[in-house]
Write a protein that binds this ligand. Structure first.
Ligand code: SF4
Ligand code: F3S
Length: 329
């Protein structure tokens, strides 16, 4: 596929119908909170857009973020959008290895300087000069600093690259750090940054932000943690299917009690949905099949800063927050 190919000709080559394409555009419009009137403009812009070069760096991570995006039971148009990107370097997915893989990254940096999208998953270890994670003899921090210099935007995929995640949990022996903290401390160049936290993040959040970039060449509106407002602007609680039980004070108190079996609210089992911002209750995983609360497990707050150290996953939120809950109803 040529880097000059438009999305329209790419989709034609993949035998994607106009109807399926418009359906995809309407889903993305809802992810980005665009009004229905904006769907034709989104579709027109997208059709004419050219493949953007992308470098995807994976550091201290578990591969869950990549799996979230790529694991689906059948090919979807979201997968095809992902195929449309010129994914010039991705540790996990690329066929190349060794010198040729490293060369592909260097070539993209050289030839598309200032234009490529840099996606990062995993935290960056900075303790002891960054020696805890190296690739081809170079520290993660060194590789990231080089790639960030020529990036048009940086997208931090997952809680580890956004905020440090599990690897940064106390006592954080590797000095695991998120991208925004590295930018704040001048360890990497400051670039426009979108954080897509979650463990893992919603696949539609990743493809929605990339689609917005491809179509309009700009970032979506962000909150104070650089998260897209359209996805992270409300709490899990506000959109939860169990909220009617919360309002009627019908709570499961054990994982095997009557309330748990009846699908009652998981607040007393430590649910952090009231203080966690994410759209997982709306978009879900595995093509909209489920998310933790639908499967009977309380929200752990995986999309929030300090996820993990805030911990005490199964302890009920404190009363101070309980008061705030009542205001939400
Ligand atoms: Fe849903 Fe948790 Fe809120 Fe209950 S406390 S309604 S389970 S988000
Ligand atoms: Fe994460 Fe809570 Fe959603 S744990 S996936 S933000 S339900």
């Amino acid at each position: 596929m040529s880097n000059k190919e438009t999305l329209e000709s790419f989709l034609r080559g993949q035998h994607i119908s106009r109807r399926a394409f418009l359906k995809y555009c309407s889903v993305i419009a809802s992810v980005l909170a665009l009004p229905p009137a904006a769907i034709p403009a989104l579709a027109n812009k997208l059709r004419r857009s050219i493949r953007p070069p992308v470098i995807w760096l994976s550091f201290q991570e578990c591969t869950g973020c990549t799996e979230s995006l790529t694991r689906s039971h059948a090919p979807t148009i979201e997968d095809l959008m992902f195929d449309f990107l010129s994914l010039d370097y991705h540790h996990t997915l690329q066929a190349a290895s060794g010198v040729s893989a490293e060369r592909a990254r260097e070539k993209t940096i050289e030839q598309s300087f200032g234009k490529y999208i840099l996606i990062v998953d995993g935290s960056i270890p900075i303790a002891e000069g960054g020696i805890y994670s190296t690739i081809a003899g170079r520290t993660n921090l060194d590789i990231l600093e080089e790639a960030a210099k020529g990036a048009a935007i940086v997208v931090a995929v997952g809680s580890c690259s956004a905020f440090g995640g599990i690897a940064a949990a106390n006592p954080n022996p590797t000095g695991a750090t998120g991208i925004s903290m590295l930018m704040d401390n001048g360890l990497i160049p400051r670039k426009p940054l979108v954080n897509l936290p979650g463990c893992p993040p919603l696949p539609i959040a990743i493809s929605g932000v990339l689609t917005n970039m491809i179509a309009f060449g700009r970032l979506p509106e962000l909150d104070n943690l650089n998260r897209p407002l359209s996805i992270y602007g409300k709490t899990v609680h506000e959109r939860c299917s169990r909220i009617r039980h919360f309002r009627r004070r019908r709570f499961a108190r054990r994982f095997d009690d009557y309330g748990a079996k009846k699908g009652w609210c998981l607040f007393k089992l430590g649910c952090k949905g009231p203080v966690s911002h994410n759209a997982c209750a709306v978009f879900k995983w595995n093509q909209g099949t489920s998310f933790p609360i639908d499967s009977g497990h309380p929200c752990l707050g995986c999309s929030e800063h300090d996820f993990w150290d805030k911990g005490s996953f199964y302890r009920q939120l404190r009363r101070r927050r309980g008061r705030r809950l009542r205001r939400l109803q």
